[in-house]
Design a protein around this ligand. Sequence first.
Ligand code: TA6
Length: 308
Amino acid sequence: MKKEIPLSVQAKFDRSFQTTGVKVISSTELYPALHLAGDAGLPLLVVENNLGRAVLALQGAHLMSFEPSGKREMLWVSPKSKLVAGVPIRGGIPLCLPWFGPSKDGSLQHGFGRIMPWSVVEDEACPDGSTRVVLELAGDASVCALWPHAFRFRLKVVVGSSLKLTLHAENQSATAAPFAFAFHTYFSVPDVAAALVSGLENTAYLDKMDNMARKAQQGDVTITAQTDRVYLDVPAVQTLKIATGNVEIESDAKCAVVWNCWTNDKNIGDIGEGNHTGYLCVERCDVAERAVTLAAGGGYRMSMTLSY
Ligand code: TA6
């Protein structure tokens, strides 16, 4: 992969923001506990209005926080994550693209999109009080030898009383490109063992914990052990039911992944022993058997809305 552009708050921004409530600050300011002394920090885009507030790392166009006004934080960021350029952030909403899972050679998990610096290309205040920002990552075939295509990825983010995300990917090369995408959302939960996910009952899933065996979901999903499942052809809406208030997840993606590492957290350095209790990943995605091929010049679009 091409050497990363240095990604620090000193990085130049070719755009000044026109919209009140949109600014860039250093992650050392907002997340001091996720840094070691002397860290440069990552640039974070703060998008705030009367309806809500979101924070995105420009690295990966990665949502770190979403809080509708008067409501609790929706996303979990691991207390063990370290905010360092080129290292995936543990928590929030990583964008996994242009592939999901390990690369063919096993060297790069979940694609290069989540560890590269994206740019803000649009920001505007919308008439309904929400704020819209658009982030972009574009490059030629030399960016990643594992996926040698010219491309443009855009993430549209609308911050209001709900969070609406739209990912648009264009294959600008002359050859077809395999493509998979996930909003790998880590929801904050008071206790994962008490969480329920509805909206997946009677759907088929591939069980990564059982050699990708195909099974059928009975009733709500509950977490009682390490869980890693790809649900196929799911309904548009799932509800994460937790004591602090249900979360509605709506998307036109074909799949949903449910993941919690359970007590394997002790083997995952940036989660850490005991910390699995605080999150549940419910990811809307087009992955596994539902990954796509982008024709030469072709595109892909998928949206997800999160609300209480
Ligand atoms: O989405 C679930 C999953 O693919 C799991 O298999 C698990 O490995 C998780 O993602 C985390 O991946 P990461 O590369 O962020 O450690």
